[in-house]
Design a protein around this ligand. Structure first.
Ligand code: MG
Length: 307
């Protein structure tokens, strides 16, 4: 059976886009629930200025709690880092796996990272070098890999060139992101196939959004191309504060059902995951849930739902 690794980004990418700042206590309950459901790879923190993203003000605490409560592999908790200051905070809070956010297009880099691509390139490279010295595991995100909210369609050569460049730094994982959820299934499949041939498919992830209802179609073509690491967010939470038009992330529960149907093993229990949605809803103060939720709640208990 093929193994599919899910990277749960709801606690970071999901919650950082919510109007309401979710209590740390609720986040910790969700973290326990996610682990209990079988997720082991969870993005918990973003080391940004709390004044810029108040939802992430407890990032240091979340990392400290997560790594203390679940210290054993395969548990992996990542923290998003943009600069040296963030890197220092990450290490001080016990983070051993960082994610560095980079962007393929200049205008999005200016809006999201508040720096030029040249600056971002130099800083990210330095962070990777520091991580190597400190024995820290590194993932890099390439945002706007298919479409940029400001520049439109991203030429594949641009994404491929940047992917090869950052790959040459010796990173552990590269997540290719459809930041605003405008990519087409054919383009997702094609780009991931090309990257898989040139780099190492087993270390490539996709980070998809469902803005135009292409999330599941796009993840399917990525899986067909050979991708085996998928970013997803419980309840389909998320968006991007600096990307106009971006809707939620691909929902973890939707990817899970897809994995069951494709006979792929995730180690995650859908039934347990679904029990977390009310807690999440109470925390954010509005209904949540991926495309399968309505069906899940109306399904006949007699049906064999997972095959
Ligand atoms: Mg996202």
């Amino acid at each position: 059976m093929e193994i599919l690794t899910l990277c749960e980004v709801g606690l970071r990418d999901g919650l950082q886009n919510e109007a309401r700042v979710v209590e740390t206590e609720t986040k910790l309950d969700l973290l326990d629930g996610l682990i209990e459901a079988g997720l082991t790879y969870i993005e918990t923190s973003s080391y940004v200025r709390p004044s810029a993203v108040p939802q992430m003000a407890d990032s240091d605490l979340m990392m400290r709690e997560a790594t203390a409560a679940y210290p054993q592999p395969p548990n992996r908790f990542t923290g998003l880092v943009f600069n040296d200051k963030g890197y220092d905070r990450a290490l001080a809070s016990g983070c051993r796996s960082i994610a560095i956010a980079m962007t393929v297009t200049e205008s999005f880099c200016n809006a999201n990272n508040r720096m030029t691509m040249a600056q971002s390139m130099a800083i990210s490279r330095r962070l990777v070098e520091r991580a190597h010295r400190d024995g820290i595991w590194v993932r890099i995100y390439l945002s706007t890999a298919w479409v940029c909210p400001f520049e439109g369609y991203t030429p594949p050569q641009k994404t491929i060139g940047m992917a090869e460049e950052v790959w040459s730094w010796g990173i552990d994982e590269l997540s290719i992101a459809d930041t605003i959820g405008f990519a087409s299934p054919l383009d997702v499949g094609k780009l991931m196939e090309t990257l898989g041939r040139r780099l190492d498919m087993s270390k490539l992830a996709v980070h998809l959004h469902d803005t135009q209802a292409m999330g599941l179609a796009n993840v399917t073509t990525a899986l067909q191309a050979g991708v085996r690491i998928v970013d997803s967010s419980i309840g389909g939470l998320g968006g991007c504060p600096f990307a106009p038009g971006a809707a939620g992330n691909l929902a973890t529960e939707d990817v899970l059902l897809l994995a069951y149907k494709l006979n792929m093993h995730t180690g995650v229990d859908l039934e347990k995951l679904m029990t977390l949605l009310p807690t999440l809803e109470n925390g954010v103060g509005h209904p949540v849930g991926g495309r399968i939720r309505a069906w899940w709640e109306s399904r006949s208990q007699n049906l064999e739902v997972l095959s």
